[in-house]
Design a protein around this ligand. Structure first.
Ligand SMILES: *[C@@H]1O[C@H](CO)[C@@H](O)[C@H](O)[C@H]1NC(C)=O
Length: 462
């Protein structure tokens, strides 16, 4: 019966039906694009409580994107409020005016997937400085990690301040669904950073004390060699999640695919689509300048000094060729990831043209200038956490206050920044903090202050 269905005899009816469905789909899409835009989920809605924050979204975002940001909060705010928001959003603050030359406006929504031991703290510092000076908001965790090593979930983050978050730059494991929800793909940029697996694996291995965890002792090179002799079983990776393909682990690939060529290839293709830029730590300046261009920021915004670098005494000695080869084999998936995105990086640089190299030269000059201006030659130790120290820089003592601030922020540790940002968030959520009395005063009331009602019993000798 179905086989004998004659298409041509029903031709007219089909055409009509086809036409009607096209019209329907068209209207649905129109309707959709106007109403579905709000990307805020219930998690955001229930903490939305102050106008302050909302105004920021409107005022800070650029003309190309804010309609979504403004709409997103439309439900919670009055109509007059949203009108004001739309008005403010069309007048960007001077620093964000679209520059004629570049024809782009600065991106203020960035998800930075922070990988381990790949220069990501230095990059996070760039995002902290940029956002803090513009009073933008962050997805924050209760410590340096947001749920890591489990995959990111919105509920793991601290309460939001009512605005759509501008940045995520804490350690967390990639999770498309939750991340796309907080950082809609069409209105945010996704970046991450990876590093040559030979160096990155050795660094992670030493830093996380992986050798000791698997009973190979504490000597970094010897335990690494011993570890690589046979590797460890799949079921043991859970004991230390960075023990194999640490970069793809952070980027969300499941252990069970670590030896699966097809899955790895597909996952790399998936990441290629998810991320707007994968920076390569080994070409840090090139990567950062490329990112500056992607985000339409200024060179000054991405200046950096290396942070969380190992002390010289902790630097590992040269690895033998065999050890290097074994690291590559053990972390085959990370190698493929790295090779792929290293090529992508250089291909992109090529398409940027000569301009790019002018930027790069300027950037390096500016960076050197700032470094000599800000820091003395005497390096210092910087406590990162627990008993872990990293290389620090010593601020010159005679700096004018503006430079002192600028340079000081560049060397501020991640934990220090996070604590500060959490505090800033709390103050915003609870505006009453500012007016709160000094509660310590109460302690100063002296019980001996007066003797007006001094206890005098009726019967002195009772
Ligand atoms: C990255 O790619 C460039 C260009 O193809 C190449 O010259 C370089 O050796 C690669 N870097 C590493 C560390 O593999």
């Amino acid at each position: 019966m179905a086989d004998s269905f004659n298409f041509t005899s029903h031709g007219k009816l089909w055409k009509l039906l086809l036409f009607l469905s096209v019209v329907c789909v068209f209207f649905l899409l129109m309707f959709d694009s106007q109403t579905i835009k709000p990307h805020k989920g219930p998690e955001l809605r229930n903490v939305h409580n102050s106008n302050e924050g909302t105004e920021e979204v409107g005022g800070r975002t650029t003309t190309t994107k804010p309609t979504t940001g403004t709409k997103a909060t439309g439900k919670e705010i009055s109509t007059t409020k949203s009108t004001t928001l739309i008005t403010t959003s069309t007048t960007p603050t001077p620093s964000e005016k679209v520059t004629e030359k570049t024809k782009c406006s600065p991106e203020h929504y960035v998800l930075f997937l922070k990988t381990h031991k790949a220069g990501s703290s230095t990059l996070a510092n760039i995002f902290f400085r940029y956002g803090d000076s513009r009073d933008l908001s962050y997805v924050l965790g209760s410590d340096t990690l947001i749920g890591w090593p489990t995959r990111f979930r919105i509920g793991q983050a601290l309460a939001f301040d009512g605005t759509r978050p501008n940045f995520l730059c804490s350690h967390t494991r990639f999770n498309k669904k939750a991340m796309n929800h907080l950082f809609p793909k069409d209105a945010s940029k996704y970046v991450t950073i990876i590093r040559n697996p030979i160096k990155q694996f050795e660094s992670a291995f030493t830093y996380m004390g992986i050798g000791r965890k698997f009973g190979f002792g504490g000597n970094s090179v010897e335990s690494l060699k011993a570890f690589l002799r046979n590797g460890i079983s799949f079921s043991d990776i859970r004991k230390s999640t960075l023990a194999r393909n640490p970069q793809l682990f952070d980027l969300g690939l499941d252990f069970k695919f670590y030896q699966d060529a097809k899955a790895i290839k597909e996952y790399i293709e998936f990441l290629e689509k998810e991320f707007d830029l994968v920076l390569i730590s080994d070409y840090f300046d090139e990567s950062v300048v490329l990112m500056k261009r992607l985000l339409c920021w200024e060179l000054d915004d991405v200046l950096y000094v290396k942070s969380n670098e190992r002390l010289d005494k902790d630097k590992s000695p040269e690895l033998s060729d065999d050890t290097k080869e074994n690291i590559k084999r053990w972390n085959k998936a990370d190698m493929l990831l790295y090779e792929h995105f290293n090529q992508t990086l250089w291909r992109r640089i090529e398409t940027e043209g000569k301009d790019f190299f002018d930027d790069l030269t300027n950037f390096r000059r500016m960076k050197e200038e700032l470094k000599t201006k800000c820091f003395s030659d005497k390096p210092s130790m910087q406590l990162i956490y627990g008993n872990k120290y990293a290389k620090g820089l010593t601020l010159r003592s005679d700096l004018p206050s503006d430079l002192k601030q600028k340079c000081g922020r560049m060397t501020r540790t991640e934990n220090n920044y996070l604590a500060y940002l959490r505090n800033k968030r709390i103050e915003k959520l609870v505006g009453i903090h500012h007016a709160a009395p000094n509660e310590d005063d109460q302690e100063k009331v002296s019980w001996d202050a007066a003797s007006d009602y001094k206890y005098v019993p009726v019967k002195p000798n009772f």
